[in-house]
Design a protein around this ligand. Structure first.
Ligand SMILES: [Fe+2]
Ligand SMILES: [Fe+2]
Length: 256
């Protein structure tokens, strides 16, 4: 049986919350087509990061297996951390000469779906959002020259890797028995599969301008959807594949 130390997660998020906001990034010289493409994509992600924090309060009204006060506090801190990402991305979009979006159809779809769903499905959708964020920020950061723009995206990407572990931990402790696990697998592939497909379609023009392969992104997304499913169902599995020193550096799980 797996137990999770939510107090450890709470300390992690509390420590992250003490980070000061970074100063405005010094942006590199980029070809105009690249600048426009990056601005367009980051503006779309910015809307998603700004998101809504309803789930963090909704969880207070639900008694879920394996959830305690530290988990609830961690979830609120997680939402605040996504708000930090939104502020960092807003600075990058403006610095690149772009304008912030008030809404975007993929985000509206995501939010509407979440509102219709119960708490568990909302957490599933958040897990899918982490998969999408990790793969997209990673692909984009690897395309950029070394510098502050890339460093900001790498910082956000490292946070998302920890968010993935955090949400996967919820499912590791929550899913008991074959029926809930089977339901999770069906729901996960449906939600994450749709999210992965939408991001590849929606960001297609940006990927083309940056000479990045849609197939490479889709392959990375599907591989991470699969590894996340395995990890959420197998307490011994690790979700993340740290690249270039990113990702989790400490084992946050206490297995018993
Ligand atoms: Fe984020
Ligand atoms: Fe995240």
């Amino acid at each position: 049986m797996t137990t999770v130390s939510w107090a450890t997660w709470r300390r992690h998020f509390e420590s992250n919350a003490r980070r000061p906001m970074p100063p405005p990034a010094e942006l590199p010289e980029l070809p105009e087509a690249w600048r426009a493409a990056i601005t367009r994509s980051l503006a779309r992600f910015q809307v998603g990061e700004a998101g809504e924090g309803r789930i963090a309060h909704q969880i207070d009204r639900h008694a879920l297996r394996g959830v305690d006060a530290d988990y609830r506090a961690s979830l609120k801190l997680f939402v605040r951390e996504e708000g930090r990402h939104a502020r960092i991305l807003a600075g990058l979009v403006r610095g690149l000469g772009g304008e912030l979006l008030r809404a975007h159809w993929t985000e509206r779809l995501f939010v509407r779906g979440r509102r219709l769903a119960g708490v568990r499905l909302k957490l599933l959708a958040l897990l899918a959002a982490e998969v999408v964020g990790i793969e997209f920020y990673d692909l984009l950061a690897r395309r950029l020259p070394a510098g502050e723009l890339r460093a900001r995206l790498e910082e956000i990407r490292a946070d998302e890797a920890m968010h993935l572990e955090f949400h996967a931990d919820f499912f590791r402790v929550h899913l008991r028995g074959p029926a809930p696990r089977a339901c999770f697998l069906v729901g996960w592939w449906a939600v994450a599969g749709v999210a992965a497909t939408l991001v590849v379609i929606d960001h297609g023009p940006s990927l083309r301008a940056l000479e990045l392969s849609r197939v490479e992104l889709l392959r990375g997304l599907l591989a991470r959807v699969a590894s996340t499913a395995r990890a959420a169902l197998d307490p011994a599995a690790r979700v993340t594949t740290p690249r270039a020193g990113q990702g989790p550096t400490t084992a946050l799980r206490d297995a018993a």
